[in-house]
Structures are given as C-alpha cells and as structure tokens.
Write a protein that binds this ligand. Structure first.
Ligand code: PMP
Length: 405
C-alpha cells in the first residue's frame, strides 16, 4: 500500500513476532495495539533510572519526573488541539473518562424529564455510565439509528433531538464497523438545542488526526493502549469552563487545596480530578506513544489503514459466503460473518494459521442485535499492518470455508 509499507515499521514492534520469533498476523489492534520499542524503552527508563514520585518530592529526581509528567500533558494537549494543558485530565482510560463526565457533569446537571442521546453503535462503556446516571436522575436515554451502511444517521439525529436533550455521547469511530462520524455536524446538531456533546475517541485517536477545537465538541476521551501506549492510562479532554464547574470525581491526596476536619477545598482542574498517586509511568509511556505516531503522521496512518481495510473488504466479498458489515470507507476495522460458521470457530481456525482476530460482541450488544447476529469476526488494522496480513486473513478464511465445507 504505497510508500508507507516501505518504512518497515514492523521491526519497531517486538509484539509482532510470536514466541518463536515467527511473524504473526496481528489483526486485533482495535482491542489493543502492539507497542513500539520506543514506548517500551521509555517505560523501562521511567521505572528504572528515572523513577520517583511526582508533585511531592523536594529532591531532583522527583522534580524531573514532575516536569516529565506535566510536559506529557502539554504533548497530549498539542496532539488533540486542546486550548490549554489544564484541559487535559489523566484517567485510567476511556471508560473512566466517560464515567467521570457522566457522574461529575451529567450527575450534577440532569433533572427528571431530561434526556441523553446515544447511538446504536456505541461501545458498552458509552452506554452503561449514562444509563446509571439517567436512572438516578429520572432522565431518559434515546438512541440514534444507523444508516444502511452502518454510520450514525445524523439526519435522524437532527430530526429527533429536543431541548430536553442535555447530553449527546457518540463514538468518533465505531470499534465494530470502523464507521467515521462527522463530529462537527453532530456537535452543531447537539448545540442547536443547547446540549453538550461527548465524543468517544478510543478508535479515532490512533487512526485520524483529531483537533478537538475544530470538531467543536465539549468532551473527548481516549485510551493510551489503543494508541500504541501502555494500559491503565487515558485522557479526558473537556472545555476549561466545563471542567472548572465540575465537582471532584474522587477524593484523596493531590486533589485538594486545604483540608481540615471541618471543611476541605479543592485544587483547580485538572488536578482536582486526579486524586492519589497517578499512573506516572503510564503518562511517560503515553507521551512516547504520541511522539511515535506523530513522527509517522496520522494522515499517513489513516490512508494506510483505509487502504488495507478496502483491500481486505473486496477480497473477502469475493468469497461469496462471507458477509462484510459496515461502510465502504471504514477507518481500518472490518466486521464480517462466514455463512454457517460461528465467529469463534472462525477465530480459532485463523489462530491455527497465525492470524489473530477478535470474535464476539465487541462490547456492543445493541449493535449486534441491530445487525441480527450474536457476534461477528473482526479484523482491525494498525499502523504496522501490511498486505501480508490481508493475504493471510483471506487465506485463513478460505481454509475456514474448506473445513466447514
Ligand atoms: N469505546 C470504544 C469505541 C472502544 O473501542 C473501547 C475499547 N474497546 C472503549 C470505549 C473502552 O476503552 P477502555 O476499555 O480502554 O476504557
């Protein structure tokens, strides 16, 4: 797929070899991405010669670690086009980011009779936190339908949104279908009734250039581990005035201004939302991951993964017992079904041929119901994927068809 292949990035990723040093066709990057050596090295240094706590130490090593921790916040802010570092809150991952907004924004704002708007293709982590807070407030959750090719139907959204809708929460890229949302248009629709909009950027941040101000959303979340960084760390971005008005998420060390038994006052955002000793090394690893993808360029990564997904789609569609779900212009994630074969069997047979895919409901049970299936097989690409992976996938599916006659 053009010049990008020739960069030979696979050598940067030790995880792309199997235990015997043999090339492995890893097509599960939407679940979690393999890590480049630069990220692994940054993590090893942070746990090794650089290791110390942040914010409290009076000694030089801790002061340096604090500088690295806060420099990473600036790296993240630049990466997603935030107006300021102080709009970046470190969280455990997208799941925690959404729960934080659900509890600290929606939990404060929602009243009985208010409504929340989600879509049919959301991940459970962008459904359940809203249901929990809606139930408490006596609010209602509504669902935007999908177009025939599996995109969030923004015409339908425009027709169904009301002034009772206070929050809209949508995925930027579907983890099942790869459908890309026109965030700017969705934000305009949400804002037309005065609602806030949260974008689940888990699958978008590793695949597209993201500019939160240009997108005009209010909240944006993502996880580092899908962006070639470590697990256990992620980002919530929110407009400064929204963060400033939100109460703390958890109480504890670091997030305070002054504590007495009579009364505690809180630190300003983002510190107010970061109680306890943070995932220091995770933050260093996230920063290294951002440096890595920026050196390649998100536009190049996007073009590369779209091309691979397009090639895989047309090859799979030629096998006439395979049905591929989702839009033609998937951002590198393909769900499919092999007629008469359970996706788990597809996954197991592919595994025997050195191809790793995911089979299941992908934490999107409402979408499975909408597609009329229990589960799908899903192949998802990363920046290190190549045509050899597509060929191995197609060969593996041919073998599945042979075995199942
Ligand atoms: N949203 C989407 C679209 C996802 O793909 C995922 C991870 N599969 C999540 C949210 C949740 O991310 P995490 O488990 O890292 O918190």
């Amino acid at each position: 797929v053009g010049t990008f292949d020739r960069l030979d990035l696979r050598h940067d990723f030790p995880g792309l070899l199997d235990g015997n040093g043999v090339d492995w066709h890893y097509l599960d990057s939407a679940a979690t991405a393999q890590k480049p050596q630069a990220v692994i090295d940054a993590i090893a240094r942070a746990y090794g010669v650089d290791y110390a706590t942040v914010h409290r130490g009076v000694y030089e090593r801790s002061a340096n670690m604090t500088l690295a921790y806060e420099a990473a916040r600036r790296t993240v802010a630049h990466f997603i086009g935030a107006a300021s570092d102080s709009e970046i809150v470190y969280v455990r991952g997208a799941t925690e980011g959404i729960n934080l907004v659900a509890q600290c924004w929606a939990g404060e704002q929602l009243k009985a009779g208010d409504r929340i708007l989600l879509s049919m293709l959301e991940h459970h982590s962008n459904i359940v936190p809203w249901q929990m807070v809606a139930e408490k407030a006596g609010a209602q959750v509504d669902v935007v339908p999908l177009t025939a090719d599996g995109k969030i139907d923004l015409d339908a959204m425009a027709a169904m949104i009301t002034p009772q809708h206070k929050m809209v929460a949508l995925a930027h890229v579907s983890n099942v279908l790869g459908s890309v949302l026109d965030v700017r248009r969705a934000a305009d629709i949400a804002h037309s009734v005065g609602a806030k909009i949260l974008i689940d950027g888990c699958q978008a941040v590793p695949r597209l250039a993201v500019d939160v101000q240009g997108l005009d959303c209010d909240f944006y979340v993502f996880s580092a581990h899908k962006l070639y960084g470590p697990t256990g760390i992620g980002v919530l971005w929110a407009r400064q005035e929204l963060l400033d008005a939100m109460p703390p998420y958890q109480g504890g060390g670091s997030m305070i201004d002054k504590v007495t038994f009579e009364r505690t006052t809180y630190a300003p955002a983002p510190t107010r939302f970061e109680a306890g000793t943070p995932h220091i090394v995770g933050v260093v690893g996230l920063s290294a991951a951002i440096d890595y993808v920026q050196a390649i360029g998100l536009d190049a990564i996007h073009a590369h993964e779209c091309a691979l997904a397009g090639k895989a789609r047309s090859a799979l569609e030629k096998l006439n017992s395979v049905r591929v779900f989702g839009p033609e212009d998937s951002a590198g994630i393909l769900s499919f079904e092999v007629e008469g074969v359970h996706p788990h069997d597809v996954g197991t047979i592919l595994d025997e041929t050195g191809v790793a895919i995911r089979a299941g409901h992908h934490c999107a049970q409402p979408l499975m119901r909408h597609l009329g299936v229990e589960a799908t097989a899903r192949a998802s690409f990363g920046l290190y994927s190549d045509e050899g992976d597509v060929d191995a996938l197609v060969k593996g599916i041919e073998r599945v068809r042979k075995i199942f006659g």
